[in-house]
Design a protein around this ligand. Structure first.
Ligand code: F0G
Length: 438
């Protein structure tokens, strides 16, 4: 795709920059940047026919559930693309979760089935590819864990060095272990994610390190293909609603942009309503939307056991708010106990997910109960991370010890409604038969 530009999203600025500029925000006003595409090129069924045909080919770029949609991605040659065959994630029917939420049916798009176990891979293939195009050899990010795992893996594939800034003691072990194994340099900092984010922005501004947080617009270009792939799996039929967890708000921004571009290119007639769900203790975007505030008020000291979304000062909030206006959506908040129980129910559907992903089901349940969603709506919830990312949380929940011991975000312990306790039994036949109630 030629003549792709970067453009400031502020309506009264809209300054354009070439994609060869190493920029994360607008030089004139500090606003966030979009990647924008020229009008022209295939539209409607001509576009979807190309994309559908690629699903069956053996070409490396077509095997990626991101690069398959390259008509709406920044330009890159095949040699420049760094891919781990990301995307291609399943869309599951989830009858137990649907019943739990009071819905007739419910589907999960499970982005935890990506190569490093989270949706970040969709944006990292485009982000690292852009890093390579710009000649970067060292990349960096701040992270609650998943971004660092994904940066580390894609940087390793590209032969680059990765530096990841993580808040000490606040990253789930599955994620930390990945960053180490993929060879990233892990810097553990005191403070929380928002502090680490501020520091990595300063350091990347002053050095040759290329920043790969979602403030980087090339990240969001890959992440928007979630919308394309979801619709492709649904034969281009738009659901009524898509429900997404909200942390730094890059993903909700990206998904909204993806749907909006398909409307502009005549593929679909309307966006689904987008619902962003936050944890009660880390809910700055919920507050903004509830109060219809002009600007986001950062929340100091966010608290939640869903460590992936423990964020008080989300960078991409203006883009996420724009996406909600495009789609007529809204924001929900859920409690720690609601997140924990919803996660156990998603497990019972045989799917599982990490805690941050479970806010979706908890949010849908509250919406149905409160009359903000109908039981017969066609809803797709986005599961953002794999169940193995945070095994400590899962085991604690099922043993009834979640939140004990002053864990950040919930000093009081959460009583599980769906526990599956480990049974201790003597290693002896009679005792085992007794335990099995045979
Ligand atoms: N779900 C998971 C599993 C995440 O890891 C994140 C964010 C989110 C949801 C929220 O997405 O930030 O785009 O609104 N994780 C980032 C990280 C912050 O560093 O891995 P968002």
């Amino acid at each position: 795709m030629s003549h792709v530009d970067l453009r400031c999203i502020k309506p009264d600025c809209q300054t354009n920059y070439p994609t060869s500029a190493r920029l994360y925000t607008c030089e004139r006003c500090g606003g966030l940047l979009d990647v924008v595409y020229p009008v022209g090129g295939p539209t409607g069924e001509a576009l979807t026919a190309v994309w559908d045909r690629r699903r069956g080919t053996a070409a490396a770029l077509d095997q990626s559930g991101v690069w398959r949609f390259r008509e709406l991605l920044p330009e890159a040659t095949e040699a420049e693309v760094v891919t781990l065959a990301e995307g291609n994630t399943p869309l599951f029917d989830a009858p137990r979760s649907a019943a739990y939420a009071g819905m007739d049916r419910l589907a999960f798009k499970h982005l935890g089935m990506n190569p490093t176990g989270s949706f970040k891979d969709l944006g990292m293939t485009t982000g690292i590819t852009q890093a390579r195009r710009l000649g970067a050899t060292r990349v960096a990010c701040a992270s609650t864990g998943n971004t660092s795992a994904s940066v580390a893996a894609y940087a390793a594939r590209a032969g680059m060095r990765a530096f990841v800034f993580v808040p000490a003691g606040q990253v789930a072990l599955g994620k930390l272990s990945q960053a180490l194994d993929y060879g990233a340099t892990v810097l553990q900092l005191s403070g929380d994610f928002d502090d680490a984010m501020g520091l990595v922005r300063e350091v990347t501004h002053d050095s040759d390190l290329y920043l790969l947080n979602s403030i980087n617009p090339f990240r969001l270009e890959g992440q928007k293909t979630m919308a394309f792939e979801l619709l492709q799996q649904r034969r281009w039929q738009v659901p009524d609603r898509v429900v997404i967890p909200g942390g730094n708000l890059g993903n909700s921004s990206a998904i909204a942009k993806g749907f909006q571009e398909l409307v502009e290119r005549g593929v679909i007639a309307r966006l689904p309503k987008l619902t962003v769900v936050q944890a009660e203790g880390a809910n700055p975007f919920y507050r903004l939307w509830r109060d219809q505030a002009a600007a986001l008020e950062p929340l100091l000291g966010p608290r939640t056991l869903a460590s992936a979304i423990k964020i008080g000062n989300p960078v991409s909030w203006p883009k996420a708010a724009r996406g909600l206006r495009w789609s007529g959506g809204g924001v929900e908040q859920v409690s720690e106990a609601e997140i924990a129980d919803a996660k156990a129910i998603i497990g019972r559907d045989g799917l599982g997910c990490e805690p941050a992903s479970a806010v979706t089901l908890a949010g849908i349940k509250n919406m149905v109960a409160g009359g903000r969603a109908r039981a017969d709506e066609n809803v797709v919830a986005v599961l953002t991370g794999h169940v193995l990312k945070d095994p400590d949380y899962t085991v604690s929940y099922h043993q009834g010890t979640l939140g004990q011991g002053g864990a950040p975000g919930a000093e009081t312990h959460i009583e599980p409604r769906y526990p599956n306790r480990i049974i201790r039994v003597a290693a002896e036949r009679g005792a085992i038969l007794g335990a099995l109630e045979l």
